[in-house]
Design a binder for this molecule. Structure first.
Ligand SMILES: [Ca+2]
Ligand SMILES: [Ca+2]
Ligand SMILES: [Ca+2]
Length: 134
C-alpha cells in the first residue's frame, strides 16, 4: 500500500502524463494516422501565429497551449524553441520549424511518431509539471 502511495506521488511530482502529450500530438496530427509529417507540423505552427505577422510571440504561444498549462512550462518551452534557431531573441520564426521538426524526429525518417514526440517533449520541459497539481 505504501509503495502505491509513493509511486503516485512520484507521478504527481514529475507531472508527466502521456495523456497530456497525446492531446498535443493529436492536435498536430491532422489526419489522425498516428504520424506527424512536416506539412502537418507547419500547418499547426501557422495556427499559433494568430496575427499572421510571421512570428509567434510568447503570448500567441501561451494561448495556443492547453489552458491548464503552468506559466513556467509555457516559458520553458518557449525559450527552448527560441534558442533552437540559434538566436535567443524572444520570438519564434517560421524558419525554426524545420529545426524543431528535425529535433522531434529522433530517428530522422521524416515522421514524428508519438513515442518520439513524448520523449523529446520530456527533454524540453525537464521536471516541470504540465498542469497544476491539486
Ligand atoms: Ca498525420
Ligand atoms: Ca504573431
Ligand atoms: Ca521519426
Amino acid at each position: 500500500m505504501k509503495i502505491v502511495v509513493v509511486l503516485s506521488l512520484l507521478v504527481a511530482v514529475s507531472g508527466y502524463d502521456s495523456k497530456e502529450f497525446r492531446k498535443y500530438f493529436d492536435a498536430i496530427d491532422k489526419n489522425h494516422d498516428g504520424k506527424i509529417t512536416l506539412l502537418e507540423w507547419i500547418i499547426h505552427y501557422r495556427k499559433y501565429d494568430v496575427d499572421a505577422d510571421g512570428i509567434v510571440s510568447l503570448k500567441e504561444f501561451a494561448t495556443s497551449l492547453l489552458p491548464e498549462t503552468l506559466p513556467a512550462v509555457v516559458k520553458a518551452t518557449y525559450s527552448f524553441y527560441d534558442k533552437m534557431d540559434g538566436v535567443s531573441d524572444g520570438v519564434l520564426r517560421y524558419s525554426l520549424m524545420d529545426t524543431a521538426f528535425t529535433y522531434h524526429d529522433v530517428n530522422h525518417d521524416g515522421i514524428i511518431c508519438f513515442n518520439e514526440y513524448e520523449f523529446t517533449c520530456k527533454k524540453v520541459i525537464p521536471l516541470a509539471p504540465l498542469r497544476k497539481v491539486i
